[in-house]
Design a protein around this ligand. Structure first.
Ligand code: ADP
Length: 498
């Protein structure tokens, strides 16, 4: 039972396989070609054979005519009486017969084999020819009695020649000769049929073999793909060659590489995020443990709560940034792109950040602000600019200056926003990594102490968010910095045509 089911399954999977379908199509096309080819061969062969047979009849007739053109034949009238005597041995070939009839189908004489139903045969032929003056060839089955007195039905070619006197048909000479035409054509039909069938069988078997060979790499791709799991994305098909399947395997391999990288990034992201969360949790634990380990005065408790407050706001910020990035990565962040003014967004960010600048004793200046129309999401543009201003304030020592300005960029025409500060700047070796997640130049540099309660704390995610927003707007972000002389972050977005 089980065997029967698995055998049925194998057959049904064979019938639905590409191998089988390819071969089937191949065989169908081949059978159409063979059919057309056979029809053509059959038509041309049968025409040639027929012409050949008629030609042979004509030759016989020519010989006969030479005979009948004797004087007696020419000068006498038909019928009756002047029926020529001919030398049957030399003129009539074995199996042939010759009939002489009047114009109204009266048989006058016959030589050679003797057809049965002679009268009806002759009258049929004579009425078919009618008053035509040309000789006519028919093919017909006739029963004849030959020299050994045996009768058999054979296919005959019948050549009917009208005998003319003064342009009037006075009689007919009928030459019958056994024809092998039908047999030859039947043999041709059979050879074409069996030849074609044989070729189709060979083509089917050969096609299955070929398709099987061609499809073998697919099975190996399937096998490998089956063994690749989420935990082992390092396997590759590494298929050699330049054919379509090798290209498919190559595409599959590069897709696996991308997937592997994505998985690794995700793993790294989770590891970094937990690491980032562990630090504030450890600080809180230690601080709480310290104050609980004995009797403390009010200042101690106050200090401990300040530490807890600072670390929990650091965690809140980290979790918020993580959620923002996660939403961005998963495609859940949908930008509402509208015709917006970049300077307007910059001014909104300025207003949002001016309180922080005041607290940090940083002078926040607004430079030139041109109206620059871009296709953007106002809310996200404000968030991006706020992040840049916040960083500038955060990393610039008290008494320093932060400046925001917008301008028109060169080719291609773009809207440019610059946020520059008078802070410590960023060493050149860090510049290429600045927009990577969790990348921080030096965590201790942020002015982030307990007396600075409420000031922004670094998560290393702010610039990643900036970069994502800028890229989603089709723009670019870069940074110029000379250590000791501050940093300038420059964002350029495609300008809308006015
Ligand atoms: P963070 O939350 O730590 O500020 P960011 O992704 O915003 O993370 O910035 C990454 C790092 O780039 C920061 O840790 C800081 O070292 C450096 N950085 C960013 N902006 C400035 C700036 N204006 N001046 C100096 N360093 C900066």
């Amino acid at each position: 039972m089980h065997f029967a089911r698995s055998a049925t399954g194998r057959w049904s999977s064979f019938f639905s396989s590409i191998r089988f379908r390819l071969t089937l199509w191949f065989v169908i096309i081949l059978s159409i070609v063979l059919g057309i080819f056979s029809l053509f061969i059959y038509a041309s062969q049968s025409r040639d054979l027929r012409l050949d047979a008629v030609q042979r009849m004509q030759t016989k007739l020519d010989r006969l005519e030479a005979y009948f053109r004797s004087d007696a034949w020419q000068d006498s009238d038909l019928p009756p009486g002047n029926v020529p005597t001919i030398d049957e041995q030399t003129v009539v070939q074995p199996g042939d017969f010759i009939l002489l009839s009047t114009a109204d189908a009266q048989v006058l004489q016959n030589w050679g084999s003797i057809p049965q139903n002679l009268d009806s045969l002759v009258s049929g032929l004579v009425s078919a020819v009618g008053q035509a003056h040309n000789s006519t060839v028919y093919e017909q089955t006739v029963s004849v009695t030959d020299g050994s007195n045996s009768t058999r039905a054979r296919s005959y070619l019948l050549l009917t020649v009208p005998i003319l006197r003064h342009d009037a048909v006075v009689g007919f000479l009928i030459l019958g000769s056994p024809s092998t035409l039908a047999d030859q054509l039947r043999r041709l039909q059979l050879s074409l049929l069996f030849g074609s069938l044989g070729m189709l069988v060979i083509a089917f078997l050969g096609g299955i073999w070929l398709a099987d060979r061609a499809m073998r790499p697919v099975s190996s791709i399937t096998e490998t793909a089956r063994t690749i799991s989420e935990s082992d994305l390092s396997r590759r098909l590494n298929m050699q060659g330049r054919d379509e399947l090798a290209q498919l395997a190559g595409t599959f391999d590069s897709m696996l590489s991308r997937l592997q990288k994505a998985f690794e990034r995700q793993r790294q992201f989770v590891a970094d995020a937990s690491h980032e969360l562990r630090t504030p949790l450890t600080i809180i634990n230690l601080e709480v443990g310290r104050v609980l380990s004995g009797v403390r005065n009010q200042n101690d408790y106050r200090h401990a709560l300040q530490v807890v407050n600072l670390e929990s706001s650091r965690m809140t910020r980290l979790v918020n940034d993580l959620m923002t990035l996660a939403r961005m990565d998963s495609g859940q962040t949908i930008l509402q792109l509208r015709n917006t003014d970049l300077s307007e967004a910059a001014l909104e960010a300025y207003e949002r950040m001016s309180g922080l600048a005041e607290r940090e004793e940083i002078s926040l200046d607004v430079g030139e602000m041109l109206e620059l129309r871009v296709r953007g999401d106002q809310q996200y543009l404000v968030q991006m600019i706020s992040n840049l201003i916040e960083n500038a304030i955060k990393y610039t020592p008290r008494g320093g200056r932060v400046r925001i300005e917008t301008s028109l960029g060169g080719e291609p025409r773009s809207a440019v926003l610059r946020v520059s500060d008078t802070g410590p700047g960023i060493p050149a070796e860090h510049l290429p990594h600045l927009f990577e997640r969790f990348y921080r130049v030096d965590a201790s540099r942020a002015r982030d102490s307990e007396d600075d309660l409420g000031s922004p704390t670094g998560t290393g995610l702010g610039l990643s968010i900036v970069s994502w927003i800028v890229r989603s707007h089709g723009g670019q972000v870069g940074v110029l910095s000379t250590p000791g002389q501050g940093a300038t972050f420059e964002v350029s977005l495609p300008l809308l045509p006015t």
